[in-house]
Design a binder for this molecule. Structure first.
Ligand SMILES: Cc1cc2nc3c(=O)[nH]c(=O)nc-3n(C[C@H](O)[C@H](O)[C@H](O)COP(=O)(O)OP(=O)(O)OC[C@H]3O[C@@H](n4cnc5c(N)ncnc54)[C@H](O)[C@@H]3O)c2cc1C
Length: 637
């Protein structure tokens, strides 16, 4: 099957403008006739629901949490990129575009990334108008700081709470539309299936998480903004409820899953400290603006950091990558931290940590300045570890954090299923094989505020859709499937907890498909996942009942999907015989141990089609064509 990304023709910088002109419009009166389902209330979902409602569409908006404000986006810390060039340090739309393409190791679409860089500036204006309290310079201008993979300062931030402030802005706009009657809010609903009729997405089936009731909702189009699946690794920096279920169920209904093995391991997280830990905490990448990463030069040196003199410290990132230093991209920083620890130079009790040291910055700028920039992050670190980072270096280690894989979408953000749009972290677009810091918030808000309001109109105006109600047999069938699967979970009655199985799955993925991988390990992991899935369906225990608030049941459903999805992730990793970005196959590396791509054979998006349980999925390739940048070996030296 030929995947058509529907990339507009013409010069790169004019594609989006041209496309917007060519898209069909829905006139204002007709917009009121259309119902759109938006699943998710994170930055992507809330911004889309608010913007589409503002245009006049009638929106049903769903989320798992009790309030849209509790979406995982609220956790985002460090900032959001835009090519405003307020610093006059050489930034431009072209540079943001190039940094993002290069950061993603030349595995994303040029046209999408250029559009992202273009609308990044609109996002900042929009958010300032909403009243987002971005940090400002003394003179009142918006402040910027640097993030990995860039040599300019283009990251806008609100201390270490940027996601929270941006989400409050989107939420306010959303609530305005709820009050106006344009948006109906459905909190505490979990989407468990999508309804496809005549090849068009026409609705969803959800479980009411309070009453257990299975509900059906019909619409003219469905927009998924259900976030990422990093929790497949069990331990991750994501919110506990982050999951793959919505996108995976859509995959099972025919939507292609693209690049599932592209996951991001973030270099600066608080290290794992025990077997019963269920969550990891991110220390924002912004800290690498001022913090210096180091380990002792001598393996096995267990002296406290303040007793290790300068001459015996290895500032390995500054040494190895003098141009970018501590601000190399995440994949590079993570891999280097791992190799230092593998050499026995790791610090802390477990030896799986490196130092992030602020002593020089505090000496240079004073404690107060550092406190203003990172106060809440330092406080969070101290609360969790009981060490004061103003006095002693932080200890950090890489952890699963973000996913670049997701449902395949075209330039309009529509999946291969007509009428099914996918936004934010849930789609695969824009970041290629590695996402640069501060660009997930940019992408989520670009999708929701500035892309979908145009492209969904083009779809609605340009397609015929018969009248459909939830009485259609496709809804009955989806409801039956969801009910049966949920009942089955409750009936297993085995001995192991769902968390126990999930933890084991996480170990398998981290070991064989984490920061590095090889073919033997991937083959082994696939078998281990199949066996674990078998174990799950025969030997777990899910307490409680169907008709109740039952968080054990919710978790069981999500883990069941992770167990199926994990196999797809490993299949994809095995199929990609190259190393690119965060996806590092040991067999493909340069002499300096950097990722070695194979542009001849793998310069494509791998989009997988579901072919049935226990049958291998089918691979479809979307070739990536680069007309505006030259493919080079990524270097941050
Ligand atoms: C600790 C942390 C810090 C970060 N900091 C930054 C940063 O500084 N800058 C940056 O650019 N990025 C950052 N990121 C990444 C960024 O926060 C996320 O990629 C982004 O917020 C995802 O937004 P989203 O709208 O796509 O999804 P989410 O915010 O994850 O929202 C998902 C929504 O979908 C709903 N949902 C999910 N599944 C279902 C279902 N089955 N049924 C119904 N509803 C469902 C949820 O309830 C929720 O409302 C950070 C990530 C983490 C973990």
């Amino acid at each position: 099957m030929q995947l058509d990304a529907k990339i507009p023709s013409g010069p790169l910088a004019e594609k989006w403008d041209k496309h917007r002109f060519e898209l069909k419009l829905v006139n204002p009166a007709n917009k009121r006739k259309y119902n759109i389902i938006v699943v998710g209330t994170g930055l992507a979902g809330a911004s889309a629901a608010a913007s589409l409602a503002e245009l006049g569409y009638y929106i049903k908006n769903f989320c798992i949490q009790d309030s849209p404000r509790r979406a995982h986006s609220i956790a985002a810390q460090g900032g959001i990129n835009a090519a405003k060039n307020y610093q006059n340090d050489g930034d431009s739309i072209r540079r943001l575009f190039y940094d993002t393409i290069k950061g993603g190791d030349f595995r994303s679409r040029e046209a999408n990334v250029y559009r992202l860089a273009q609308v990044s500036n609109n996002i900042i204006d929009h958010c300032v108008a909403q009243g987002i309290p971005f940090a400002r310079e003394y003179g009142g201008l918006l402040a910027n700081r640097s993030f990995g993979g860039a040599q300019v300062s283009r990251t806008f931030y609100a201390r270490g709470q940027t996601g929270q402030q941006l989400l409050l802005g989107a939420y306010s706009s959303l609530m305005r539309q709820v009050a106006a009657g344009q948006v109906s809010m459905f909190p505490r609903r979990e989407m468990l299936d999508i309804v496809v009729i005549n090849g068009q997405a026409r609705g969803i089936v959800v479980r009411n998480l309070i009453t257990g009731e299975i509900e059906s909702h019909a619409a003219d189009a469905v927009v998924l903004s259900t976030g990422g699946y990093a929790n497949v690794f069990y331990l991750s920096t994501n919110a506990m409820a982050s999951n793959v279920s919505a996108t995976f169920r859509a995959y099972k209904k025919g939507a292609f899953f693209a690049n599932p093995c592209y996951t991001q391991i973030h270099p600066t997280c608080i290290p794992v400290h025990g077997t019963y830990q269920s969550k990891l905490t991110l220390m924002s990448e912004s800290l690498r603006n001022d913090g210096r990463v180091w380990v002792p030069k001598t393996p096995g040196d267990k002296r406290p950091p303040n007793q290790i003199p300068e001459s015996e410290r290895d500032y390995y990132l500054e040494e190895k990558y003098p141009s970018f230093g501590n601000l190399v991209p995440r994949d590079v920083a993570s891999r280097n931290a791992k190799s230092q620890c593998d050499m026995g130079k790791g610090v802390g009790e477990t030896g799986f940590a490196v130092y992030l040291d602020f002593a020089d910055a505090i000496k240079r700028d004073g404690k107060e300045v550092i406190q203003q920039k990172y106060g809440n992050l330092f406080q969070m670190y101290e609360k969790i570890t009981a060490f004061d980072p103003y006095e002693t270096p932080m200890m950090i280690y890489p952890a699963s954090h973000y996913v670049m894989g997701g449902l395949w979408v075209d330039y309009n953000l529509m999946s291969n299923l007509n009428g099914l749009f996918v936004m934010g972290e849930a789609n695969f677009s824009d970041h290629g094989a590695n996402r640069l810091g501060a660009s997930a918030l940019m992408q989520g808000l670009a999708d929701g505020y500035f892309v979908i309001p145009y492209t969904i109109g083009g779809y609605l105006a340009g397609t015929d859709r018969p009248e459909i109600t939830t009485g259609h047999p496709a809804f009955t069938e989806a409801t039956r499937y969801v009910t049966e699967r949920t009942r089955k979970l409750l009936s297993i009655n085995g001995k192991r907890t769902v968390d126990d199985i999930h933890r084991q799955l996480g170990h398998i993925l981290w070991e064989y498909c984490g920061m590095s991988r090889n073919d033997d390990g991937l083959l082994k992991a696939r078998i281990m996942i199949q066996e674990l899935r078998e174990e799950f369906w025969n030997n777990t225990v899910v307490p409680g009942s169907l008709e109740d608030f039952n968080q054990s049941l919710e978790r069981a459903g999500r883990v069941a999907d992770f167990l199926e999805f994990a196999e797809l992730l490993v299949i994809d990793a095995y199929e990609r015989k190259e190393s690119c970005g965060g996806h590092f196959n040991e067999a493909y590396q340069t002499q300096e141990h950097e990722a070695r791509r194979d542009d001849e054979d793998f310069c494509h998006v791998a989009a997988w089609e579901y072919k049935g349980d226990n049958t291998d999925p089918e691979l479809h390739k979307e070739p990536l064509v680069f007309e505006n940048v030259e493919l080079t070996q990524r270097s941050y030296k």
